[in-house]
Design a binder for this molecule. Structure first.
Ligand code: VAH
Length: 314
């Protein structure tokens, strides 16, 4: 029986992953942890513990208290925040990951942590970026993600920890807002479109990045973690994507469902620079071949669902 500890459980991925895992494995089997509690369903619908991932004692004690067999480490600063506070980002992103891996090693648990398309840099092939390629990111977040991938692979090879990861594209969801990411525009645009019928994008009209709807991201995590270990040639971390889109494409898709939607642009040079250092589109064939990765939502299906759910929520 799976007993799962999630760090960063009240963040953008965690707040939905916690609910999905509780649905599958039972509410009491999933311990949500974060730096502080809130009144969200993820915090209230099952066991919750306050854990600062930079405190290994807290993490180890919590994992032992619940006798977990799986750790899903999501707590991290995203790209734009990490670029603004690089030293804080290194300490939290790498210190937290090290503590989570040490806990997984000591308690012999399975382990998941997300990487990102942010792990690639300007000299990486930009189109259909391969699973195995040059990785010299020019952001602190990217440095954290490449180092994190290598660290997770190290714990597999050296200690036999069953570590697995996904290089996520920008994730779009209507439950919890992301914070401090470069791809956050792709979430904000839907909120603003439903509330005000217009949006001003901080990323240029024609800047392509990979994106994925959250339901597909959750399915990818669960499918990867349930996959037969012997089939995995890669572990940390698999390229996964559902679409390569630019702000102009999302605006056009929204306009099909909200006639008169107005899009404008006021580029944020810092986040534009980060976006331009990432691939336009990545190749997910390794994930498809090794554990059957697939997705359900393309741009228009995601737009339709986002607008429908946000109209209910707002
Ligand atoms: C960010 N949403 O923007 C995250 C993600 C691919 C982007 O890693 O930093």
């Amino acid at each position: 029986m799976k007993r799962i500890l999630i760090t960063g459980a009240l963040g953008q991925i965690g707040s939905e992953l916690t609910l999905k895992l509780r649905e599958i494995y039972g509410a009491d089997q999933v311990v949500a942890t974060d730096i502080k509690k809130n009144d969200s369903e993820a915090a209230q619908s099952g066991p919750f513990e306050t854990v600062d991932v930079t405190d290994i004692k807290q993490m180890m004690e919590t994992a032992k208290k619940y006798k977990v067999d799986t750790i899903m480490h999501l707590a991290a600063l995203l790209s734009a925040t990490a670029e603004a506070k690089p030293v804080v980002a290194w300490n939290l992103n790498m210190g937290g990951l090290m503590n989570a891996l040490e806990t997984a090693r000591e308690l012999k648990t399975q382990f998941f942590t997300p990487s990102s398309i942010g792990a690639f840099g300007p000299c990486t092939p930009k189109h259909h970026t391969p699973q195995d390629t040059i990785m010299r990111p020019t952001t602190m977040y990217g440095v954290n993600k490449v180092a994190g991938e290598l660290l997770a692979d190290y714990y597999y090879h050296k200690y036999g920890v069953d570590t697995r990861g996904l290089r996520f594209p920008g994730l779009i969801s209507y439950v919890a807002l992301p914070g401090g990411g470069t791809t956050d525009y792709a979430v904000e645009i839907y909120y603003e479109a439903v509330k005000h019928g217009r949006y001003t994008s901080y990323i240029e009209k024609g800047t392509f990045m990979d994106m994925m709807y959250m339901p597909d991201a959750l399915r990818a995590i669960i499918d990867l973690m349930e996959a037969d270990s012997s089939r995995l040639k890669h572990r940390n971390a698999f390229n996964v994507t559902a679409m390569s889109v630019a702000p102009g494409d999302i605006a056009a898709s929204i306009a099909n469902y909200i006639p008169g939607f107005e899009m404008s642009y006021r580029v944020d040079p810092d986040r534009q620079r980060i976006a331009e250092s990432w691939p336009d589109s990545i190749d997910a064939s390794a994930a498809r071949e090794e554990w059957g990765f697939t997705y359900e939502y393309d741009l228009d299906k995601m737009t339709q669902d986002m607008i429908e759910k946000l109209r209910e929520k707002l």
